[in-house]
Write a protein that binds this ligand. Structure first.
Ligand code: SF4
Length: 337
């Protein structure tokens, strides 16, 4: 069988490659037509993010690589390149499935070697993308974390998470958990062009409401907001209002961020779908990864005013990166990192 170039963590840029064999290739049928699933046996499942990354989480799990939600702006696209696959259509359709994820997680979180640190899911691929309907790896992972009383957070764009309300409710009884949604716009045209494989954002807001009603903390990340496409103050206010009405525990927003090979991918999409914005995007992102500070300040003001107008909560409640673990880890853990 073929081999994938594999990395020791899911962080883009980590080039210390391992090699995990693709043990089987499955062509998707029925609801999964157009997808190809590459089964791999992963050596590790919990990834530790380097302190230098400044990300608000230290440990992550990604049971899939690639994502059929196919968001044009997805910052994880370059990780497919590290696997020797393409960052365009390959990323959307060739989904790497770590079929042994539950078994490896059970081993890595055994009480003698794991200290119960918070784990983030959805940091590099959506744990509730279409493949989850078939493989149920995320569900099994949550079941294990619930058994262990291990805190975790999930970031998704899919109402499929509601399938697992039973196990999420169990997990919330023993640990701090949250299920957060990424919703960049409620504009149907902007949504269908930029996130063609996702559920309509109104369905996501409905999922936020249902999770909060069930006692599972759920907030909204309004990201990425696309300059000239979804950043009109009326669009932003409509989204803030929808999130506030859904009871979102936090609402945060921010502009598109592009760098490396993703920048060319996004600019190519703009040329094709929004040719009138081509020059503007090159001017905005040509020499930088983030939107200019003045634009970001304006957007921050719009979001802040909309939150005040709709009584939305202010800050975000994420576990601090240095959250104290339940107990000290066994040094043997280093063998599995
Ligand atoms: S849902 Fe997330 S991981 Fe999937 S393509 Fe969209 S941005 Fe990427």
């Amino acid at each position: 069988m073929a081999e994938l170039r594999w990395t020791t963590t899911d962080a883009p840029g980590n080039k210390s490659a391992l090699f995990d064999a693709v043990v089987e290739r499955r062509i998707g049928r029925g609801a999964y037509t157009g997808l190809e699933f590459l089964h791999v046996e992963s050596r590790t499942i919990i990834n530790r993010i380097p302190q230098s990354s400044a990300l608000p989480f230290e440990y992550t799990i990604n049971a899939y690589r690639g994502c059929s939600h196919a968001c044009t702006y997805c910052f994880a696209r370059p990780t497919h390149d590290y696997l020797g696959l393409g960052i365009g259509r390959d990323f959307d359709t060739k989904i790497v499935v770590k079929i042994n994820a539950p078994e490896v997680l059970r081993h890595e979180t055994a009480p003698q070697r794991w200290a119960g640190h918070p784990i983030a899911m959805g940091t590099n691929t959506d744990p509730y993308q279409a493949a989850e309907g078939k493989y149920k790896l995320t569900r099994q992972i949550i079941e294990i974390l619930a058994e262990r009383g291990n805190p975790f957070s999930i970031l998704t764009k899919s109402p499929l998470v509601l399938r697992d309300l039973d196990v999420l409710t169990r997990a919330a009884e023993t640990a701090e958990i949250s299920v957060n949604f990424s919703i960049g716009t409620l504009d149907t045209d902007a949504w269908s062009r930029s996130e063609p494989g996702t559920a309509h954002p109104r369905k996501r807001l409905d999922a936020v409401r249902r999770l909060n009603e069930a006692g599972i903390s759920s907030g909204v990340l309004m990201m990425p907001i696309l300059p000239g496409i979804s950043d009109h103050p009326k669009q932003v206010e409509e989204l803030v209002r929808g999130a506030a009405e859904a009871g979102a525990r936090f609402i945060m927003g921010g502009y598109l961020h592009v760098r490396g090979p993703l920048k060319d991918h996004v600019l190519g999409w703009i040329d094709q779908d929004y040719p009138h914005l081509s020059r503007f995007y090159r001017h905005t992102y040509g020499t930088r990864s983030y939107a200019p500070p003045a634009m970001r300040r304006r957007l921050g003001g719009t979001i802040g005013r909309a939150k005040s107008a709709h009584g939305a909560p202010g800050g975000e409640r994420r576990p601090p990166r240095d959250a104290t673990p339940r107990k000290q880890p066994d040094p043997q853990l280093a063998l599995f990192a």
